[in-house]
Design a protein around this ligand. Structure first.
Ligand code: OTU
Length: 656
């Protein structure tokens, strides 16, 4: 902004115009909370110019823009007033330490309530399980009211203020949030804000022809515009349906449905949608949700002649939500779910946008290295693509409830001598177990007959070879699979960012093929890795000598070690060439602590030269923090097949 920028002045003017009426309207409620109100006003003054600028960019051209501002501001105050005192306290605590989530102490899990504990009531009983894992970030998969059969695993929300009755009630959710908070665990939920289900009240009203609600969605009387848009759009779920528009007989109109035909895209070019969704978000924040996973961020703004993904306005919409949150519920963090080209993924990451983001590139390339046993692609990509703005961090995951897509950069691939198209084909073949010698047991997801694209479903254990090994009853293969999994997890907890477990991975959950006999699931292979929990560690926390326990213990150990190593907090990740095609190495540095992590993606022992280690400051004996063993580097360092080592080099070089 330059001195000539008129926005700060306009922002101030609009606030001054709205404020007196607003204070008058809420006067009764403000009498007893003047101290709080002062704090709110400070936040409002700090954020308003930003919010004004975003809203102006989106809606400033509309004749009733001032009305939009007024409505938004009134809602912000209303929802802030409803915010329970303990959450206002949390807001203040987080404001004192706004980057708390960068700490090495933060580790998380994401799980389905029904698959984990049947319902919310029983989830409460399992807090000891979370404590045993020492988690402080719990993401519950969508638990809202949804259409009965087809609901895309909860991602077709019919009411953001109602919990699916099979799972519980909203008051149970806030009770759980309170309990978790007491235990130091932050609650994360999805904000499914790109679309609602076709059973949402807004959709029902649109169907009945109400013009106000028709404008909540993108609907068209004929194919003229849909055809123009469609030319540039990609099919997200091509097996289930082609094209992004669905004919609705009741409305006699086409409706924009990027995902399934029952998921109607919301129209953010209508400021009422922005405001209404802000209210849904703040309502949930007031129940105790601290982290929102922003679902499907790339799709929230449409522009004719483009693929309608990652449009500049999509960022503006998120930034507006961010400013709103900072005013009315400032402890809120956003996690971006952009599983797209890495250049686009990073654009969502900013303290003013999403402080957290899934790291789909690391995820995909770890699997890539596991298949090829070579690390050149991973190394090259991570070297120049891992940085995020200060005050933000990655959420590192190996598996989640979705498929794996190979969204790496083609230029990066060619740079290391890999043909990107051929390689994607190879990876799909490998992970669906069709490539000779593959250890993986995955299944294809959403084969697109148009362009041959396909993605992969499967659990961590099955993709990493455990299912095949167990089936063959081959101990050597079992051992290899266990080591692969543990090495990936060692990287996940040490490379920088929040490690996010996918529920079940902590004990090595395998593929579940029962979805194939369920007509509501058979066309969506992601159900293979959404299995009912079949291991009850939570009920009997005594150790046993089983594979499950081995995974669980290793997870507990990795989390514990991570929390003891300040260098594993965010920042300071530097990839280094180890000089061996199978070894992936990086430094983690903080103050005087310097750790060199080395991971062997081959099944054979691999060597690292003494010379190179000495260059890095290692002298004589060094400690491997993962095994707690002292390693002599005189003859170089041997890393066992699929092993990870964390060398403590802190003593070697004086850090400036
Ligand atoms: C998300 O995923 C959810 O994670 C899915 O479970 C939902 O089905 C979907 O949105 C609709 O709500 O295409 O294959 O770049 O990759 O939003 C999964 C983002 C998906 C998309 C992502 C989407």
């Amino acid at each position: 902004m330059t001195d000539l920028d008129w926005r700060p002045e306009q922002a101030k003017k609009s606030l001054n115009r709205i404020f007196p009426n607003l204070e008058e309207k809420f006067a009764d409620k403000l009498v007893d909370i003047q101290g709080d109100w002062q704090i709110f006003k400070i936040r409002l003054n700090t954020q308003w110019e930003r919010l004004f600028t975003y809203l102006h960019a989106l809606y400033g051209w509309q004749y009733d823009f001032f009305y939009t501002l007024e409505r938004v501001l009134y809602s912000l105050v209303e929802y802030w007033l409803q915010r329970p005192p303990e959450l206002k306290l949390l807001d203040e605590q987080r404001q004192v330490n706004p980057t708390w989530f960068l700490s090495e102490k933060v580790v998380g899990i994401v799980l389905y309530v029904d698959l984990f504990s049947d319902n919310l009531t029983k989830l409460k009983d399992h807090i000891p399980y979370f404590k045993k894992l020492d988690l402080n970030y719990l993401h519950l998969m969508p638990i809202f009211s949804v259409p009965l059969d087809d609901n895309d695993g909860g991602y077709a929300v019919s009411d953001y203020r109602a919990i699916n009755p099979d799972l519980g009630t909203m008051s149970e959710l806030s009770e759980i949030a309170r309990r978790l908070l007491e235990e130091g665990i932050s609650l994360a939920l999805d904000f499914v804000f790109n679309h609602t289900s076709d059973e949402h009240t807004w959709a029902k009203r649109a169907r009945s022809g109400d013009p106000e609600y028709l404008n909540y969605y993108f609907t068209y009387p004929d194919r003229e515009l849909p055809d123009q848009f469609q030319k540039y759009l990609r099919d997200i779920f091509p097996t289930v349906r082609r094209g992004s528009f669905t004919w609705n007989e009741e409305m006699r109109r086409w409706v924009w449905t990027t995902f399934n035909s029952f998921q109607w895209d919301l129209n953010y070019s209508n400021p009422e949608v922005m405001r209404a969704m802000m209210e849904e978000m703040l309502y949930l924040a007031n129940q105790g949700v601290e982290i929102f996973r922003l679902d499907a961020v790339p799709f929230i703004w449409k522009r004719l002649g483009t693929d309608c993904e990652n449009q500049p306005e999509a960022h503006t919409v998120i930034r507006a939500f961010n400013a709103m949150a900072k005013i009315a519920a400032p402890c809120i963090l956003f996690k971006s779910e952009a599983i797209v080209h890495p250049d686009e993924v990073v654009k969502y990451i900013h303290p003013d946008e999403c402080q957290l983001s899934y790291n789909p590139l690391l995820m995909a390339l770890l699997w890539e290295s596991l298949a090829t046993k070579e690390v050149k692609f991973l190394e090259h990509s991570m070297r120049h693509r891992n940085r995020v703005p200060a005050g933000c961090t990655w959420v590192n995951y190996l598996r989640c409830h979705d498929d794996i897509g190979w969204s790496f950069d083609d230029v990066d691939a060619r740079k290391v001598g890999i043909d990107p198209a051929g390689h994607r084909k190879f990876l799909n073949e490998f992970y669906t177990g069709n490539y000779p010698g593959s250890f993986a047991r995955g299944v294809p997801f959403q084969f697109n007959p148009g362009n041959g694209d396909v993605r992969v479903s499967g659990t961590l254990s099955s993709l990493a070879g455990l299912e095949e090994a167990l089936e063959k009853g081959d101990n050597e293969l079992i051992e290899k699979a266990v080591r692969r999994i543990n090495m990936l997890r060692a990287i996940q907890v040490s490379i920088g960012g929040i490690p996010l477990l996918y529920g079940g991975d902590e004990f090595g959950q395998m593929n579940d093929y029962t979805y194939m006999t369920d007509p509501t699931k058979i066309n969506d292979s992601r159900w293979i890795h959404r299995a009912k929990r079949r291991w009850d560690a939570r009920d009997d926390l005594a150790d046993q000598d089983t594979l499950e326990w081995r995974f669980f213990r290793e997870m507990v150990k990795l989390f514990r070690l991570r929390k003891e190593i300040p260098a594993f907090q965010n920042g300071g990740m530097e990839v280094t060439s180890i000089g061996n095609p199978h070894l992936f190495g990086y430094f983690r540095t903080f103050e005087n602590q310097r750790i060199l992590a080395i991971n062997n993606f081959s099944d054979k022992p691999q060597k690292m030269d003494t010379g190179r280690l000495e260059v890095y400051g290692a002298r004589g004996d060094v400690v491997n923090l993962l095994s707690d063993e002292v390693v002599s580097i005189e003859d170089g360092l041997m890393v066992e097949g699929y092993d990870a080592v964390w060398l403590d080099l802190s003593g070697g070089v004086a850090m400036i």
